[in-house]
Design a protein around this ligand. Structure first.
Ligand code: NAP
Length: 290
């Protein structure tokens, strides 16, 4: 299949490579040459604008940063919308506001272009191994068309509803992930402050109900104090904003998420924007003065 791909960061680059490995013809564009170069070396074709990428492709995937980034890449002056053929599909796999996903889908529909919001969970490792969890919103028929392609990227691929539903489910994912991260960080801190080896604590918990991927992966990073991203603090902070804005729009009270959102806001204020989100441990240590 001829596929367009925009976004060659921590997630987008390995995802693009998996699509090339699966035998697809990949067209790409990036605003920095050094970010796209490894893809060109692997066989991708570089184009001058997002619109030129979309003109070549049956399906174009975006994996950029924020809502504003997706709007720029899709709807902007030289955006995908201006090159995409009617009947083609744009799949946004970034994490953005559900309301924005619906708005963008509406704009594209008026030009006969299909859209799916298909955010992911599974991080850098899932992207590299092609084992992401993908939660898709949009028309069921369009989803069925694109699903074989998504199978090169993920293991669990679920159509969860209409436009925006994928982003709502991703917001739910981020509630569970962030509250679990906070729990793991608090457990490590309490063990340490009791003179109990936090590595032993983690090992013991991994055998019971408290086990999770977060305890395994982020718990290990917290023990090592290794905060190389991964999933950047600034992106997690962005996601907390999406969740809290959506909760306000839907008159939903999320006290736990609000509390954890404050930890990410504190990391942002401290300038620790590029660290891995497991650096929530640092914010907690500061609160405890340890
Ligand atoms: P990243 O490493 O910062 O990469 C973002 C990529 O998008 C970069 O190639 C960047 O280009 C490009 N980009 C951003 N804004 C752009 C714009 N306006 N125009 C053109 N290119 C733009 O981010 P990431 O970690 O791959 O995350 C990408 C998305 O996936 C985010 O929405 C994030 O929330 C979501 N996500 C990430 C993870 C994770 O573990 N990292 C997990 C699940 C979901 P430059 O290099 O030029 O800046």
């Amino acid at each position: 299949m001829k596929i367009g791909f925009i976004g060659s960061g921590i997630m987008g680059r390995p995802m693009s490579l998996n699509l090339i490995k699966a035998g697809h013809e990949l067209y790409t564009w990036g605003r920095r040459f050094d970010a796209v170069e490894p893809l060109l070396v692997a066989g991708a074709v570089g184009k001058g604008t997002p619109a030129e990428v979309a003109a070549e492709a049956e399906v174009t995937i975006t994996m950029v940063g924020t809502t504003a980034d997706v709007e720029q890449v899709v709807l902007g002056e030289r955006g995908l919308m201006h090159g995409a053929r009617p009947g083609s599909v744009i799949v946004d796999m970034s994490t953005i506001a559900p309301s924005a996903a619906r708005r963008i889908a509406g704009e594209l529909a008026s030009r006969g272009i299909h859209m799916l919001d298909a955010p992911v969970s599974g991080g850098q490792t899932g992207a590299a191994q092609g084992t992401l969890s993908i939660m898709a919103g949009g028309d069921a028929e369009v989803f069925a068309r694109v699903k074989p392609l998504l199978e090169a990227l993920g293991r669990s691929i679920v159509h969860v509803g209409g436009h925006g539903a994928g982003q709502v489910v991703k917001a739910c994912n981020q509630i569970v992930v962030s509250l679990t991260m906070e729990g793991v960080a608090e457990a490590i801190l309490l063990a340490r402050n009791n003179g109990v080896d936090p590595a032993k604590m983690r090992e013991a918990l991994m055998g019971g109900y408290a086990n999770s991927r977060i305890l395994e992966v982020h718990g290990q990073r917290m023990l090592e104090g290794n905060y190389k991203a991964g999933f950047k603090v600034k992106l997690h902070h962005k996601d907390m904003g999406i969740v809290m804005d959506n909760a306000r729009e839907n008159r939903t009270t999320l006290p736990g998420t609000e509390l954890v959102a404050r930890q990410f806001a504190a990391l942002m204020e401290a300038g620790e924007t590029e660290l891995d989100s497991s650096a929530i441990m640092l914010a907690l240590e500061r609160l405890s003065g340890s």
